[in-house]
Ligand binder design. Structure first.
Ligand SMILES: [Zn+2]
Ligand SMILES: [Zn+2]
Length: 352
């Protein structure tokens, strides 16, 4: 028997959560899941503080989800997910009608909806998954050796992996510079190492940079004085600069720094969304004469998410070390404060 109420943290407008029981309703073809854990993303905190054009309150945020199936799911691809299975969920709800959907790039859908942005997400005891998510295999069973809280970080891992799979340059043996020492930066660090790159992490928080060092970054740098950081990195890379520079911070200064660290034939990836009102100023000759590619990357697809899950299952990527705080749903304010205060790495909301 399903309960009738869904205990939820409702985002009701900038800087405001209401913890309340919503009626547990779902549309006919939706699949209802029991949430097990949902991690707090930097995006969630930005939405909470400033609002976002994609998000219309009141709504339940949260898109980094691990959940349990409440009944057996017979999926369109003939896969069967038994009742009681632990799963992760792609946040994508594509239209399945546009040219990007037709090409399988569901994250680029022209009419994209997203769990935790445009429909209710994972900061609740239960979550309802729409049909168009099921049709792209958005519900992915996870292996037994992956913990719930760790599993909720497969979504951000999948976004990072999607960026790497789209990079047009090989990075084995090359210098990869990661700007940002948060969980996303540290995931990019692990992937870059997996691909054989030499890695430099630039950040602001000493404890996080220590973590980067212990993950195996070749160089870590506290960026107190950007000009000094730029000089140190050009020296360290034998005057070549970075081959791949990943901006994994929503602080717009990260992009200015990236432009100063890019070597010839390099690629700069803008991985994080930045706060509103940032207009970039770029010297076009810098890009032209040095053949620098400036690129963006957003979200992922269920196919890549499955690959990300395999990397965690095979213990090639360690997400456990990134979960530093655990909270109950009623403590969501604390979880957001910890994320905003750069306190530890990822905070996860556990729901039982
Ligand atoms: Zn996220
Ligand atoms: Zn579409």
């Amino acid at each position: 028997m399903l309960p009738e109420k869904n205990h939820s943290a409702v985002f009701s407008g900038p800087k405001n959560f209401e913890i309340k029981d919503l009626p547990l309703s779902r549309k006919n073809n939706d699949v209802l899941l029991k949430t097990l854990s949902c991690a707090v993303c930097g995006y969630d905190v930005r939405v909470f503080r400033e609002g976002h054009k994609k998000v219309r309150p009141p709504i339940v945020l949260g898109h980094e989800i691990c959940a349990r199936t409440l009944n057996t799911l017979n999926l369109p691809n003939d896969q069967v997910i038994p009742e009681g299975s632990r799963v992760i969920v792609s946040p994508l709800i594509p239209c399945l009608n546009c040219q990007h959907c037709n090409a399988g790039y569901f994250n680029s859908c022209n009419n994209l909806n997203e769990i935790g942005s445009s429909i209710n997400g994972g900061f609740a005891d239960y979550i309802s998954i729409p049909r168009n998510n099921i049709l792209i295999d958005g519900i992915i069973p996870i292996e037994n050796n992956i913990r719930d809280d760790e599993a909720s970080l497969i979504e951000p891992l999948s976004c990072c992996l999607n960026a790497h799979l789209n990079f047009s340059i090989p990075i084995s043996g090359e210098f990869v510079i990661i700007i940002g020492d948060g969980p996303i930066g540290l995931i990019h660090l692990q992937i870059s190492k997996l691909y054989g790159a030499k890695t430099i992490v630039v950040g602001k928080i000493p404890s996080r940079l220590n973590e980067a060092k212990s993950i195996g970054a070749d160089m870590v740098l506290v960026n107190n004085e950007p000009d000094e950081s730029v000089k140190k990195i050009w020296d360290y890379t034998y005057g070549n600069g970075g081959k791949l520079i990943i901006v994994a911070t929503s602080n717009p200064e990260g992009i200015d720094l990236a432009l100063k660290l890019a070597g010839k034939n390099s690629l700069i990836s803008l991985f994080a969304g930045t706060s509103k009102n940032k207009i970039l100023r770029i010297d076009p000759n810098l890009l032209h004469y040095n053949q620098i590619t400036l690129s963006g990357s957003f979200s992922s697809t269920p196919k890549v998410m499955k690959k990300a899950m395999d990397l965690v299952h095979e213990q090639k990527i360690d997400l456990k070390r990134l979960v530093t705080h655990r909270f109950s749903l009623d403590e969501i304010d604390k979880a957001f404060n910890a994320t905003e205060g750069y306190n530890g790495l990822r905070s996860v909301i556990n729901s039982f």
